[in-house]
Write a protein that binds this ligand. Structure first.
Ligand code: ATP
Ligand code: MG
Length: 260
C-alpha cells in the first residue's frame, strides 16, 4: 500500500510545489518508487520535473473526467527518477466540468487506486485554494503535508485548513491524518520566524517536522532548469534539507515515550 500524501496549503507561494518536487526526487534517490500527481492548473510541478506542460497531450484532467487511464497518462521524469501525472491550464476547466459528474470529490482517489500498487509514495501537489481539486487531493490521500512559512498570518490560515481537513475526515475520508507541518523558507535570524515556529511546535507537537527548509537560492533556481535541486546541486542547503525530510519520513516511528 502506497503512502498517499496531499501537499496542501490554501495560501499561495508557501512552497507546496518546491516541496512536492524535491521530496519526490529525494524519496526516489533513496530507492522509493514515487508518483507525483500535479493537480494545479499552473502545472508547476510538471515543469519542475522536467516535462513540457504545453507539450503533454493527456493530463490529470482527462483522468479526472474519466477520459483516460492513470496508467497510460503518467509520464516519467527522467531527471527526477519518478513518475508524474502531469497538469496544465486545461485543468482549470475541471472545477466546472466535475460539478455534474457522479463522485465528483472521489475521482482522483478512484483513479489512483488503479496504480497505487506500483508505488511506495504518491505525492499530490495541490493548488492554492480549498477548491474541488484540492478536495479530490484530500479524499485520495491518507496524509496531509502542510508546507508553511513562519509568518504572522500563517497561523490564521492554518485554522481554516485544519477545519477543512476535519470536515473531509468526517464526511468523505475517515482515514485522513495530518502527516506533518513543514517549515519552509526558514530564516533562523528572523525573530518572528522563531516565535511562529515555537508556537507551531507548542500547538502541533510532534506533527511538526524536525527538518527545517531554509531559504535557498538553488531551490528557487532549479525549476527554471526543469530539475529538482538535488539534481542541480546536491550539496546545496536546500537539496540537503529535502534529503533530510525524506529520511525523516522514512524513519520508523519512534515508540511513544511513557512517563516513568
Ligand atoms: P502556489 O501556491 O502558487 O502553488 P507554492 O505553494 O507551490 O505556490 P512554490 O511555487 O513552491 O510555492 O514556491 C513559491 C516561490 O518561492 C517559488 O518561486 C519558489 O521557487 C520559491 N521557493 C520555495 N521554497 C523556497 C526556498 N526554501 N528557498 C527559496 N525559494 C523558495
Ligand atoms: Mg504550487
Amino acid at each position: 500500500m502506497a503512502r498517499i500524501i496531499a501537499v496542501v496549503n490554501q495560501k499561495g507561494g508557501v512552497g507546496k510545489t518546491t516541496t512536492s518536487v524535491n521530496l519526490a526526487a529525494s524519496l526516489a534517490a533513496s530507492g522509493q518508487r514515487v508518483l507525483l500527481v500535479d493537480i494545479d492548473p499552473q502545472g508547476n510541478a510538471t515543469t519542475g520535473s522536467g516535462l513540457d506542460k504545453k507539450a503533454v497531450v493527456r493530463t490529470v484532467y482527462q483522468v479526472l473526467l474519466g477520459l483516460g487511464e492513470a496508467a497510460s497518462v503518467k509520464a516519467a521524469s527522467e531527471v527526477g527518477k519518478y513518475d508524474v501525472l502531469p497538469a496544465n491550464r486545461e485543468l482549470a476547466g475541471a472545477e466546472i466540468d466535475l460539478v455534474d459528474l457522479p463522485n465528483r470529490e472521489g475521482r482522483l482517489k478512484a483513479a489512483l487506486a488503479t496504480i497505487e500498487d506500483d508505488y511506495d509514495f504518491i505525492l499530490i501537489d495541490c493548488p492554492p485554494s480549498l477548491s474541488l481539486l484540492t478536495i479530490n487531493g484530500l479524499v485520495a490521500a491518507r496524509e496531509v503535508l502542510i508546507p508553511m512559512q513562519c509568518e504572522y498570518y500563517a497561523l490564521e490560515g492554518l485554522s481554516d485548513l485544519v477545519g477543512t481537513i476535519k470536515r473531509v475526515r468526517a464526511n468523505l475520508n475517515g482515514s485522513l491524518e495530518i502527516g506533518g507541518l513543514l517549515r519552509t523558507m526558514y530564516d533562523p535570524r528572523n525573530t518572528l520566524s522563531q516565535q511562529v515556529s515555537a508556537q507551531l511546535e507548542q500547538h502541533f507537537g510532534d506533527k511538526v517536522f524536525k527538518t527545517l527548509v531554509p531559504r535557498n537560492i538553488r531551490l528557487a533556481e532549479a525549476p527554471s532548469y526543469g530539475m529538482p535541486a538535488l539534481v542541480l546541486d546536491r550539496a546545496s542547503k536546500g537539496a540537503q534539507a529535502y534529503i533530510a525530510l525524506a529520511a525523516e519520513m522514512l524513519a520508523p516511528a519512534l515508540p511513544l515515550r511513557t512517563a516513568p
